[in-house]
Ligand binder design. Structure first.
Ligand code: C5P
Length: 234
């Protein structure tokens, strides 16, 4: 087994909920595009050996972006769902390595990821048998409703988490877990779900709540505020 770490960045989404003229990863955030922040933050981590990014096949924006990162960057075409995009990137990574590195899968749309959260993930999980992910404990009271919005139940929030990324697993395990979930038509919205479906128990590692996923237009202003806070400007 290798002790190396690679990053995989699914960036093939079209970001329908953003209602902008371009996919959300190509929106301007301070001095750079969202995707540039994300890639630079991953690439500047000293343990990350390289990045494989999945972009949409018909993506006209990617070729116009000049990405300046300090580690090798490989590009593949993504798929119709996030998990397909991740799998295509893992397929590429398999051709680049001869061992079984840890892979940190991180959404292109999470540009505020902190080095200290990556450090925490690595230090908590690099000796673990399975791996895990960053998450944030749920603070709000959580309700489940029917389709008519009538409340069916209030869910005990103790031990409830919002899953975020990076999600860190060994290449071989993650690839086979995603392949299995696809063969069995199981919809997985994150890597941990595929690992859980395969019968393993990933670990939740608490991260900072500023690692938001840009989803709706107000998230951009929030991300800008978080970046200023991270620099100690407010
Ligand atoms: O749509 P959502 O916000 O859940 O997407 C999370 C991440 O997955 C984004 O970085 C997006 O670009 C990526 N994605 C992808 N391939 C898809 C759909 C989403 O790489 N088919």
């Amino acid at each position: 087994m290798s002790s190396g770490f690679w990053a995989v960045v699914p960036a093939a989404g079209i970001g329908e909920r953003m209602q902008s003229d371009r996919p959300k990863q190509y929106l301007q955030l301070e001095d750079k595009l969202v995707i540039e922040h994300t890639l630079q933050r991953l690439a500047s981590h000293p343990e990350i050996k390289g990045i494989v990014i999945a972009v949409a096949q018909e993506d006209g924006w990617w070729p116009t972006v000049s990405i300046d990162v300090s580690c090798p960057l490989y590009v593949v075409n993504g798929g119709k769902q996030r998990s397909y995009s991740v799998l295509k990137a893992l397929d590429k990574l398999s051709t680049l390595v001869t061992d079984d590195p840890w892979v940190l899968v991180h959404d292109a749309a999470r540009p505020c990821i902190r080095q200290e959260d990556i450090n925490r993930l690595l230090s908590m999980l690099s000796k673990h048998d399975v791996g895990g992910l960053l998450g944030i404990p749920v603070n709000d009271t959580v309700k489940r409703t029917g389709d008519d919005n009538v409340i069916l139940e209030t869910i005990e929030r103790q031990n409830l988490w919002r899953a975020s990324t990076p999600q860190m697993f060994r290449l071989v395990l993650l690839k086979s877990a995603l392949e299995t979930s696809m063969e069995q038509n199981i919809t997985v919205t994150d890597e941990a779900s595929a690992i859980e479906f395969a019968g393993f128990e990933p670990v939740m590692v608490e991260g900072h709540s500023d690692n938001i996923k840009i989803t709706v237009s107000t998230d951009l202003a929030l991300a800008q505020l978080f970046m200023q806070q991270q620099r100690g400007e407010c």
